[in-house]
Design a protein around this ligand. Structure first.
Ligand code: PMT
Length: 219
């Protein structure tokens, strides 16, 4: 598929994990590698889009004059970067695994090993995708749902709650799906449709996601 189906469109993609600092040497993070988001960025530029890729810490690289990459660390930094661009994008896809909570206070010095128990108080991070949903004007908004149980119910609830146009569900119960793997297995939901895909490479999953988004945009 060499058709420039996204010519003239700007696509914003969030990718990778976020790291929430505990002290100067430690953080709370997750297993996201960034592969899913970078595959989406690669496929979108192939289709002629201009891509704004906002990634948390990831070893993935992308070199293309049509990809404007911004590397961030925490959820709050990702939120700020997203809203530098959100107003002017046509499609936004949130594939980042954003930490839901961050340490309330970041210790200025390395926390010393001391008592048997250490309690770190966490506070809720901003929900970047939910904020995008609230500020949506013309953007076609795509979210992800990473679930381990009640997958469909949770994904559909997120579609509704975050004011999305479509949501991509991946479940850690499916072998080869989710974090780190080069493969993923997804289901896509809109308010009216549900479609299930086979296990595939993340490159091909990215194609399915963009094909589906384009079909919705043409509706
Ligand atoms: O990076 P890989 O190793 O390739 O793995 C890919 C992936 C598993 C990370 C990816 O396919 C995926 O599922 N990303 C979403 C992970 C996630 O955090 O899902 P969630 O169900 O917790 O969040 C729902 C949606 O809200 C997501 O679009 C997420 O980006 C967004 N969100 C969540 C919390 C928050 N504070 N801000 C957000 O924007």
């Amino acid at each position: 598929n060499n058709k420039k189906t996204l010519e003239g469109k700007t696509v914003l993609i969030t990718a990778g994990p976020t790291y929430e600092a505990i002290d100067p040497v430690r953080f709370i993070g997750n297993h996201s590698s960034g592969k899913m988001g970078f595959s989406l960025a690669e496929e979108a530029v192939k289709r002629g889009a201009k891509v704004i890729l906002i990634s948390g810490p990831s070893s993935q690289v992308i070199n293309d004059k049509n990809v404007d990459i911004h590397r961030v660390t925490s959820a709050k930094e990702m939120l700020a970067k997203v809203f530098e661009f959100y107003e002017n994008v046509d499609i936004a896809i949130a594939s980042a695994a954003v930490a839901d909570y961050a340490p309330k206070e970041v210790a200025l010095e390395k926390i010393k090993k001391n008592d048997d128990n250490l309690i770190i108080e966490l506070i809720k991070n901003p929900d970047i995708l939910k904020t995008m949903g609230e500020k949506k004007t013309h953007q076609f908004l795509v979210g992800f749902a990473l679930e381990t149980q009640n997958e469909e119910e949770n994904a559909k609830a997120k579609l509704q709650k975050k004011n999305l146009d479509m949501i991509v569900l991946n479940s850690l119960r499916d072998k080869g799906a989710g974090f780190k793997n080069d493969t993923n297995k997804i289901k896509i939901f809109t308010k009216t449709d549900a479609i299930e895909f086979e296990l595939k490479s993340k490159e091909n999953v990215a194609k399915d996601i963009l094909d589906f988004a384009e079909s919705q945009l043409l509706k």
